[in-house]
Design a protein around this ligand. Structure first.
Ligand code: SP5
Ligand code: ZN
Length: 336
């Protein structure tokens, strides 16, 4: 499977995140990318598609903020990573904000997503990696490709970061594929609900979004991913949420997967963007499903049985020692 990665994605290395009332070691370490890259046979660099495809998904003011937030933080006399401490409640009016702390609140939804010196560079190249892997499908060079995106993307919305995500790589690729005339379904198999992707396409009738994830009653991101969220307006019915309880193993997972795959077929998709998180793994340090390494090829093979081109976008997965093998197992199941 042709795979894509850019070394500049290592530039993002936040030190800590706020969790359970204290500072915790940042789980989305750059070494995650290294352990995955080490197991890939056919690894290619990213091409540069510029800002256009990013701005076709994200708000211009938000993208400007991502570029300059860390230097504004330093200019304000702070040290380390930029992180917010005040957030507007939902539907506060738009304001022209100047102070870095206000902008951090305006453009984020949690305190687990700091902006470090290399965040913009790494996020930019993570998105370009997704676009490069998509091009391999659109150009007919391959029927499956893998974008080793890092930082991940599925929690990032049109104008907000969160959940270790800054630019929504899957949404950027899906939008570009649609602009090229493809009928796209996004299948999100990360442990956490892909709230950013859902928000971006919530009223969109053309891009179907299906997600299998931990029930937001118990798990992050709490405010999205409930089964009754089905899309709105002309996008009504084009969002499918399949929340599962903590402790779910391959049996329960496969049942939900069957529902998601039937819905993708009913959408008459001709291309799948697959947000893959290996944080569904039994030994993941921040998650509570019970998938084993040998379950991943079986899950992947069922997605492949739809016989559609598949763009795999890397999302979460924090058991770093097992991560490379879990990703390898998943990709092997796609081409088996
Ligand atoms: C892409 C993705 O999988 N994002 C997940 C974000 C989850 N954030 C909430 C859970 C944070 C737990 N952090 C514990 C850090 C311990 N080192
Ligand atoms: Zn996750």
């Amino acid at each position: 499977i042709p795979s894509y990665f850019d070394e500049r994605q290592y530039a993002h290395e936040p030190h800590q995140e706020l969790h359970n009332g204290g500072w915790a070691t940042y789980a989305e370490k750059s070494s995650r990318a290294g352990t995955i890259a080490a197991g890939l046979a056919n690894l290619n660099p990213a091409r540069d598609f510029g800002l256009g495809p990013l701005l076709d998904v994200h708000d211009g003011g938000y993208v400007d903020f991502l570029r300059i937030a860390h230097s504004e933080w330093i200019a304000a006399g702070r040290e380390g990573d930029a992180i917010g401490y005040t957030w507007p409640v939902v539907r506060r009016r738009e304001l022209k904000l100047d102070r870095i702390d206000a902008k951090l609140g305006r453009y984020s939804f949690d305190a687990a997503t700091p902006i470090a010196e290399g965040t913009w560079v790494a996020s930019y190249w993570s998105a370009q990696t997704a676009l490069t892997a998509l091009a391999a499908l659109l150009d007919g060079e391959a029927s499956t490709s893998f974008a080793l995106c890092r930082p991940p993307g599925h929690h990032a919305g049109r104008d907000y970061c969160g959940g270790y995500c800054y630019l929504n790589n899957a949404a950027i690729a899906a939008q570009r594929a649609r602009r090229q005339g493809r009928r796209v379904a996004i299948l999100d198999l990360d442990y956490h609900h892909g709230n950013g992707t859902q928000d971006i396409f919530y009223d969109d009738p053309d891009i179907f979004f299906a997600s299998i994830h931990a029930d937001p009653v118990t798990d992050y991101p709490f405010f999205w991913g409930h089964a009754d969220e089905r899309g709105e307006g002309t996008g009504e019915g084009k969002t499918l949420n399949l929340p599962l309880p903590r402790g779910t193993d391959v049996m329960g997972y496969q049942e939900a997967l069957g529902v998601a795959l039937n819905a993708i077929a009913a959408h008459q998709a001709d291309l799948i963007v697959l947000s893959f998180g290996a944080d569904t793994f039994e030994d993941d340090p921040i998650s509570y499903f019970r998938l084993r390494k040998d379950d991943y090829p079986k899950i992947a093979a069922r997605v492949a049985s739809l016989e559609l081109p598949i763009l795999v976008i890397m999302e979460g997965g924090y058991a770093v020692d097992a991560l490379g093998l879990n990703v390898e197992a998943f990709l092997a199941g796609l081409s088996a």
